[in-house]
Design a protein around this ligand. Structure first.
Ligand code: GDP
Length: 434
């Protein structure tokens, strides 16, 4: 998907605009303990055109260096976006910082759309003429808090999105390699691409061609490897921030079918591993846990089992993810990655007939009685798969309130026992039968 970045000095309203644009899409994510709620990267859509939106303002320096932050924002936008929204605000007129951002953005050939926020009333909309001096043509007056002008801005964004952006090759599996710094992501990626034939080195056109690498595995399957922070573009100022690597991981997760979560066998599991894992789980992607540096720990026959036990304990919500122990250094088991990604993708995209699902419901009802709440028993009438990738099932019931978490869990387990859903999350939604 094309990428749209919002850039601007502090307090012009970047996150308000970001939330306005992505609004409906975010409401559907489920809550998960330990996962930070603030997002800087999210899918968006306007008039049927899909794109990914980045709020570069999420990248802040702990020591509050505005200068660095502004430069990082501009670099991210210039490197990664197809369209840049330069946001400023009418209340301070054109500031020194606005001018400095403008200077950085002059360096790009990418379209820059100038939007002036906080133009809440007609009088303030008059003041936007000052902003012509920034040199990006007609400023678009918007009000992030009132929601006015957002449609015009989105029309303008659509007009600048790359024309062929909607073309996606259906039998190509998109996957990404995520994890905290130094777990060995780049080493794994380099080995993977070194051993498999890279079919497109550097295509002309959009930025994403440069950071995503299509390749064909030895078995002849088509993959697209989605790059994340630091894998092949080290040295930029923004990469020093943890927030940025989290944001890039989010972006890569959004664009992937399957995610490889890399852990480091030599350091064990850390807090940051859990954040990254939480995002992948929430996004509903296929997940494979890859334990790298397996050449380092001293091993006896128990150690893989021991490590696995710790992983299952620490990532209970990822109980469906297969675990692969590898070494990017020796190459151990790396050749199993493409096959495993393919298998998980197959599970993720499978569709199960309603008749089969309803046989399963009947069998399930014999195993465990449905829950009872305040004297009222849950009745389950019918189940159907409404979506794949991730597999999503709707069960029609007498009263959705009676669908207890434990029963939902029971149904999920029944699905897992009867079909191969290894590596994929399963969503079950209870609806009232009309
Ligand atoms: P990234 O930040 O996740 O991309 O991590 P890198 O790929 O840059 O690896 C970080 C460090 O770990 C480097 O010094 C690598 O040489 C080392 N490393 C990566 N994979 C392995 C492995 O399987 N075994 C060992 N012993 N070292 C590894």
């Amino acid at each position: 998907l094309p990428v749209v970045a919002i850039v601007g000095r502090p307090n012009v309203g970047k996150s308000t605009l970001f939330n306005r644009i992505i609004n409906q899409r975010l409401a559907i994510v489920e809550d998960l303990p330990g996962v930070t709620r603030d997002r800087n990267y999210a899918p968006a859509e306007w008039m049927g055109h899909k794109f990914d939106l980045i709020d570069t303002g999420g990248i802040t320096w702990e020591d509050g260096k505005i200068e660095e932050e502004i430069r990082a924002q501009a670099e991210i936008a210039i490197d990664e976006a197809d369209v840049i929204v330069f946001l400023t605000s009418v209340d301070n007129h054109v500031t020194d910082l606005d001018e400095r951002i403008a200077k950085l953005l002059y360096r790009t050939k990418k379209p820059v759309i100038l939007a002036v926020n906080k133009a809440d009333n007609p009088e303030q909309r008059q003041d936007i003429y000052d902003f012509y001096s920034l040199g990006f043509g007609d400023p678009i007056p918007i009000s992030g808090s009132h929601g006015t002008g957002i449609g015009d801005l989105l029309d303008e964004i659509n007009a600048h999105l790359p024309k062929d952006a909607d073309q996606v090759d259906d039998d190509t599996i998109a996957f990404s390699v995520i994890g905290r710094p130094n777990v060995g992501k780049s080493s794994i990626v380099n080995k993977l691409l070194g051993e498999d034939r890279v079919i497109v080195a550097n295509q002309e056109g959009t930025t994403r061609d440069a950071i995503d690498t299509p390749f064909i595995s030895k078995a002849g399957d088509k993959f697209r490897l989605i790059d994340t922070a630091g894998i092949r573009r080290r040295g930029k100022v923004y990469e020093k921030t943890e927030k940025y690597s989290v944001m890039r991981a989010q972006g890569a997760i959004e664009r992937s079918d399957v995610v490889l979560l890399v852990l480091d066998a030599s350091t064990g599991i850390r807090e940051q591993d859990k954040h990254v894992a939480g995002y992948a789980h929430e996004a509903g992607r296929g997940i494979i846990i890859v334990v790298n540096k397996w050449d380092l720990p001293k091993k006896d026959s128990q150690s893989a089992k021991d490590f696995e036990r710790v992983i299952r304990q620490e990532f209970q919500y990822l109980d469906y993810a297969p675990i692969l122990f590898v070494s990017a250094k020796t190459g151990q088991r790396l050749d199993q990655i493409p096959e495993l990604v393919k298998r998980v993708y197959k599970n993720l995209t499978q569709r199960i007939q309603s008749s089969v699902l309803n046989d399963l419901l009947i069998e399930a009802s014999k195993l465990v009685p449905t829950p009872m709440v305040r004297g009222k028993r849950l009745r389950v009438y019918y189940m159907t798969q409404v979506k794949s990738n991730p597999p999503t099932f709707v069960v029609f019931v007498n009263d959705p309130e009676l669908m207890h978490f434990s029963y939902q869990r029971f149904l999920t387990n029944q699905l897992r026992q009867n079909f191969d859903f290894e590596g994929t999350p399963i969503k079950i939604i209870a609806r009232k039968r009309k």
